[in-house]
Write a protein that binds this ligand. Structure first.
Ligand code: BMA
Length: 869
């Protein structure tokens, strides 16, 4: 144990060095033995590169690194807020300009005395020329690579100059594209020739801000004989009895020589060490040491167990001196992507630690158009929201960028599995040899960086490139051109990239694209692979269409809504909020005709909302009710369907979109609904084949005794039919536990079916496990009664209580607080006739402020009074 602590201190000392800069850093450089990292993240300046000659000293402004040119222009008040009103359109000039960044930094004699000094960029966006004291040392063309350049020979003691020039990304891409004659035949887009986050060019939920900058940390790394290049814990075979691991350390040695390598960890609660004395050859050395952990504490997805992480430390020393210590964490789990022939086709089922997991979640896009604005608190808010809503998986979509280590660490800690796309979004990719080498290096950098995260359970080649094989402009290309393009595609996504995964992270499955059937032909009776179900929304069919298919695994399905009023207020002036078709509201809707699509669906189910605020609210209810239909159907369809990942969890700016959480982290109705429809045990009443069937879907690994109560009620609360009986809910299953012919329901009430509903409730020991309502007529025909909600507020030890009561059925009761930042325990909930619900609320406001701003409404309030639904 003592040794472990010593190692920890050494690591901290090195980390401390990395936090200082300039002459301070120079002093730190003198003191430390071992490999040393010196951050170069502070003290940068930037300017626009002017055409013609430019005075060397003019125009420089302070810059933030890591960051980008848009954020720097904003911080220097050179541009207005890019997200406000229609400012986006006014800022498009930035992408056509070239920008340069510079840093003066000190180098000490001690640092220069080291045998090797490397300049390391964790990320450059994107085309960039790097100069050290006027000598070009790097020409970068891939945002997703980690660049390491030996620079010792270009440094001198004292003040040095680092300069990074970013030519316009538009022009840089054009220049690379011009060297590929085939692009004219294949109509491959110029922008794809440099590897840059696709969403920067605009998406159907995101603005166009094609930026440039040093978007990840930069530092100098100094070392003498040997450095640790990589450290991974390979999980060769993991069970609850024993984990057979391999601690693999990759080391770069400056010259041949001997070194001692040890790896420390905890086995069965006790510290353990494996070590070896090695003869290193000059260059890269790969050492694998077997490690066995008995009775390991396994890492489970959320809902299936805990998320323990084991710490490992690798230490390399030469001549009795520690050169470097590298730490990592591992969550021990086994993963299988189960794909067996069965009566429906071929299964698509993730099996973690032997448990078939029904994946519940949403797709994640970048958290901001400008990645460096995203803070730890933002990651936490969104990812904890996912877990709170009973999600166990997110799909990290391929049109953005590979996230920070911190993002994945939070997923590890929360038990949120990550389906990780490689960053290729929709566009066809070039097939040049240079491009292939570039993406191979990128995949290698990213798989190495991320493979120790237990949350990553699937690597997937791209987003919708395979699906888009014949999309315009490719639909009209000659066959021979298409043939060549398909060969290049297969080389990249079923050759180069999976080979990198197989070499570096073989225990995690690779999937060629999302969606894909792994090139198997599909028929109505043979389904295989994952699906993006866009019949609803893009196909404009009713939500009930979801119930016609039993896909094997759904990685996208979705419907848009508007964000709530306080979010709309943040990007608009009053004049923009007169309706959803004002120019500014349309500027914050990136799907062509999106606002019309929302409107069309809305009026099919509901009357026209009475005002703008009501429209925003009903759009959220519409989205939530629609996605609920899909998600519950997919869950009821287990084991044929084993995944329900809806599009999308978050936003990168304030916008009308498919998200369930808006840019400011505010939950939309869908996020509250998701918490219910993704509950570990779900009761799901459903009218099918002339009867009411009440399903219970369980993600629990053990059977559970519970009580199922089903009631048919009218909107005033009169119970027309009731049944209550104990049920033994089967583990990991979906089953029908009550089946009533519809005639039984209609006979029982003899009332108008448009004024009654079915409540199904599952309780365990008197506590509600799941509750759900369904109706007997299409949404448009439901005849809601006027709402008469009564609201009481009180305070108890800093927590506010809001009690809401309704004498009649009230649907989707919505509590809002205008601009007050208030977190509520529930929202967009149904109130049964005569029922009182108590909501707790927390936030910095006083009770009086809260009372003054609180508005409570239900669906019936959203429409002109003679027109309630
Ligand atoms: C899918 C996604 C995204 C897109 C979404 C909504 O195809 O992969 O590319 O934003 O649909 O259109």
């Amino acid at each position: 144990m003592r040794k472990r602590i010593a190692l920890g201190l050494m690591y901290c000392a090195m980390a401390a060095t990395a936090a200082s800069v300039g002459s301070l850093a120079a002093r730190a450089q003198d003191k430390l033995p071992g490999n040393t990292a010196v951050t170069l993240d502070h003290g940068w300046e930037f300017r626009q590169v002017a055409a013609g000659t430019q005075d060397a000293e003019s125009g420089w402004l302070p810059a933030i690194v890591p960051g980008d040119v848009h954020l720097d222009l904003l911080a220097n008040k050179k541009i207005p807020d890019p997200f406000f009103r229609d400012n986006e359109a006014k800022l498009q000039w930035i992408e056509d300009e070239s920008w340069e960044y510079r840093l003066n930094f000190d180098v000490s004699a001690a640092l220069l005395a080291r045998a090797n000094v490397d300049l390391v960029f964790d990320g450059l966006d994107t085309a960039a020329q790097v100069y050290v004291n006027g000598v070009q040392v790097l020409n970068a063309d891939n945002m997703f690579r980690i660049w390491r350049v030996p620079v010792k020979s270009h440094l001198h003691q004292g003040r040095n100059l680092l300069r990074v020039v970013f030519p316009s990304p538009i022009k840089a891409a054009e220049a690379v594209a011009a060297s590929d004659a085939f692009r004219l035949k294949s109509k491959t887009q110029d922008k794809t020739y440099i590897r840059k986050a696709a969403y920067e060019y605009g998406w159907d939920w995101g603005p166009t801000f094609v930026t440039s900058g040093i978007w990840r940390p930069v530092r100098l790394e100094a070392w003498d004989k040997v450095r640790i290049a990589d450290f991974v814990i390979r999980q060769r075979d993991v069970s609850k009895e024993v984990a057979h691991l391999s601690a693999e350390v990759e080391m770069d040695a400056a010259t041949a020589g001997t070194a001692k390598l040890s790896v420390q960890y905890i086995d069965d609660g006790k510290p353990a060490t494996v070590s070896e004395t090695l003869s290193l050859h000059a260059g890269r050395n790969v050492i694998a040491m077997p490690v066995e952990i008995r009775q390991p504490k396994l890492w489970f997805p959320a809902g299936y167990g805990d998320q323990p992480l084991y710490e490992f430390a690798a230490q390399v020393s030469t001549g009795g001196q520690t050169a470097e210590v590298r730490k990592t964490k591992a969550g021990l789990r086994s993963i299988v992507l189960h794909r067996e022939l069965d009566k429906w086709g071929r299964s698509f089922e993730l099996v973690v630690n032997g448990i078939p997991i029904f994946a519940k979640g949403a797709d994640v896009i970048p958290f901001d158009s400008f990645p460096n604005r995203v803070k730890t608190a933002d990651y936490r808010r969104i990812l904890e929201s996912a877990r709170e809503a009973n999600m166990n998986m997110i799909r990290h979509w391929g049109g953005g960028y590979y996230e920070t280590d911190e993002f994945y660490s939070i997923c590890d800690e929360l038990g949120i599995m990550v389906w990780q796309d490689f960053m290729f979004g929709n566009e066809w990719q070039p097939g040049t040899y240079a491009f292939k080498l570039n993406i191979e290096a990128e995949a290698e950098d990213q798989v190495r960086r991320l493979r120790n995260h237990p949350s990553i359970v699937v690597w997937s080649g791209n987003n919708e490139t395979e699906l888009g094989k014949n999309w315009p402009p490719r639909d009209t290309l000659p066959l021979d051109v298409k043939g060549q393009m398909w060969e290049d595609y297969l080389t990249e996504f079923s050759g180069i990239i999976p080979r990198v995964v197989a070499r570096l992270d073989p225990e995690v499955p690779y999937w060629p694209s999302s969606p894909s059937a792994d090139y198997e032909p599909l028929t109505d009776t043979y389904q295989s692979g994952d699906i993006h179900d866009w019949t609803v929304w893009h196909g404009r069919v009713p939500f009930s269409e979801y119930e016609k298919h039993h896909w094997r695994f759904v990685t996208e399905f979705g419907f848009q809504s508007f964000p709530e009023m306080s979010t709309v207020e943040a990007f608009t002036d009053a004049e923009d909020r007169t309706g959803i078709f004002t120019p500014v509201m349309l500027a914050h809707q990136k799907n062509k005709e999106g606002n019309s699509i929302i409107h069309d669906y809305l009026v099919k189910d509901y009357p026209e909302p009475k005002d703008f605020a009501s429209f925003l609210y009903v759009s959220q209810v519409l989205q939530a009710e629609g996605i609920k239909i899909g998600a519950e159907h997919f869950r009821r369809s287990r084991p044929e369907t084993m995944g329900s990942i809806f599009w999308q969890l978050n936003d990168c700016w304030p916008v009308a979109s498919w998200s369930s959480i808006d840019y400011y982290g505010r939950w939309k109705a869908l996020q509250y609904y998701a918490r219910r429809f993704y509950a570990p045990i779900l009761v799901s009443p459903h009218v099918e084949d002339g009867s009411l069937k009440v399903y219970i879907v369980s993600d629990k690994t053990e059977n559970k005794m519970a009580t199922l109560r089903v009631r048919l009620m009218d909107f005033d609360g009169k119970v027309l039919l009731e049944d209550s009986h104990p049920v033994d809910v089967t583990a990991l299953s979906s089953k029908v536990y009550l089946d009533w012919p519809l005639t039984k329901l209609t006979d029982a009430g003899a009332a108008d079916t448009s004024r009654m509903f079915v409540e199904a409730e599952l309780t365990h020991g008197g506590t509600e496990v799941s509750r759900n309502l369904t109706y007997l007529v299409p949404v448009k025909q439901i005849q809601l009664k006027p709402a008469r909600l009564t609201v009481e507020t009180s305070q108890d030890k800093g927590i506010y209580k809001i009690r809401v009561t309704s004498p009649v059925l009230a649907r989707s009761v919505y509590l809002s607080f205008r601009n007050l930042d208030v977190k509520v325990s529930d929202n967009y909930f149904n109130l049964l006739p005569g029922e009182t619900t108590e909501i707790t609320a927390t936030g910095p406001a006083s009770l009086d402020q809260l009372r003054a701003k609180l508005q409570v409404r239900s669906l019936a309030d959203a429409f002109p009074s003679d027109d309630r639904r």
